[in-house]
Design a protein around this ligand. Structure first.
Ligand SMILES: Cc1cc2nc3c(=O)[nH]c(=O)nc-3n(C[C@H](O)[C@H](O)[C@H](O)COP(=O)(O)OP(=O)(O)OC[C@H]3O[C@@H](n4cnc5c(N)ncnc54)[C@H](O)[C@@H]3O)c2cc1C
Length: 322
């Protein structure tokens, strides 16, 4: 029986949903599930990792791994992965994962499938499916000559069930051998938003040029607050300087796959669809019945967003907050 290693990411002392998805998928395969967590607060994750299926928990508890430095992370993780010796390594296709794991794959001289949306783990065989050309087609990926098969999964693609707190894992700590670094992270300055990152959000309300001006994003923020959602945007409004680039969804922005995506005053250009067509339920609000977004929408409301959005906000407040 082989071993699957899951690299976990956390936020505010708790596992990210994307990491829970991977742990549970690995646990379902029936193989031994190992997990790797890094940083000075890695200890705090042990219980949650165990409860989600992690049996062998590896920690590198070094404060220098609290913020991401590609050079340091690649040097720190590679020897631990070699020591643990999994046949498969799962990590999330987050900004960190997409930057880090190609470096590690190169060091390990092994194959990597990035940005995957489907995963199959059976008897040591791994296959994954990933969108190509902005989602116009899909590729099935299998591995050859790969001592460790590295798969990076998009968030919100795999089911999550309740954790089982009676399950625990054994903990092994690894020392960090610091390499001579060419770069140092001196400070990480966070953006102003305290909201959940778009790629992790379960509900997204996205606005486009139909909102007419920056100040009208307040309407979307109100709707998002009523729903517990995160606000996203089309590139047109990012380019216009109405909102920050961190909110952009699409080919040159973020790829998201929430349970619910509400597109407000967004036309549905192919480059926008590339970032959100994996959403489970898509609701479009647009006053042009021929807008392309309606081709992708599960539900469409043809109407003036300035009428529709405040009414929706009011109704959601009534239904969800009573
Ligand atoms: C290389 C490249 C990369 C790109 N990457 C991205 C990307 O990552 N993300 C992205 O989003 N775009 C991207 N684009 C841009 C993309 O092609 C579109 O230009 C952009 O998505 C359009 O934004 P929009 O839908 O907000 O604006 P528009 O296309 O102008 O649409 C506005 C919509 O609002 C509707 N509307 C107007 N008034 C109202 C009202 N009162 N009530 C209801 N609806 C109303 C209109 O009917 C219209 O459908 C990229 C383009 C290129 C060339």
């Amino acid at each position: 029986m082989g071993q699957i290693l899951v690299f976990v990411e956390s936020s505010k002392g708790a596992l990210k949903r994307s990491s829970i998805e991977l742990l549970q998928a690995a646990a379902q395969s029936g193989e031994t599930v190992a997990a790797l967590a890094v940083g000075s607060a890695a200890d705090a994750l042990v219980k949650e990792i165990g409860a989600n299926g992690g049996q062998e928990i590896h920690l590198i508890k070094d404060a220098s791994l609290d913020s991401y430095n590609p050079e340091l992370f690649a040097a720190a993780l590679t020897p631990v992965i070699e020591k643990v010796g999994p046949h498969t390594l799962l990590a999330s296709a987050s900004s960190l994962g997409r930057d880090l794991f190609p470096r590690i794959a190169a060091r390990l001289k092994t194959g990597l499938a990035s940005d995957c949306t489907e995963l199959s783990l059976q008897g040591g065989q791994v296959s994954a499916r990933r969108p190509m050309y902005s989602g116009k087609c899909f590729a099935s990926a299998e591995f050859e000559n790969s001592p460790v098969k590295i798969v990076l999964m998009r968030a919100n693609q795999l089911p999550v069930k309740a954790a089982d707190p009676s399950k625990t894992g054994t903990v092994t700590e690894h020392a960090l051998t610091k390499p001579d670094l060419k770069t140092l992270i001196k400070e990480v300055v966070k953006g102003t938003s305290e909201k959940l990152d778009l790629t992790e959000a379960n509900i997204i309300v996205a606005g486009g040029r139909g909102l007419k001006e920056a100040g009208n994003f307040k309407l979307l923020q109100d709707l998002a607050d009523a729903l517990g959602a995160t606000v996203g945007a089309s590139r047109a409004v990012v380019d216009a300087g109405w909102v920050s680039h961190s909110m952009q969804v699409g080919q040159t922005g973020k790829t998201v796959a929430p349970t619910l995506y509400i597109a407000v005053g967004v036309s549905g250009a192919i480059q926008h669809l590339a970032g959100m067509s994996g959403s489970k339920v898509i609701v479009a609000i647009n006053n042009d019945a021929n807008a392309p977004i309606f081709q992708k929408a599960t539900y469409g409301i043809v109407g003036d967003l300035f009428d529709v959005v405040p009414k929706l906000t009011e109704e959601f407040r009534k239904v969800l907050h009573h």
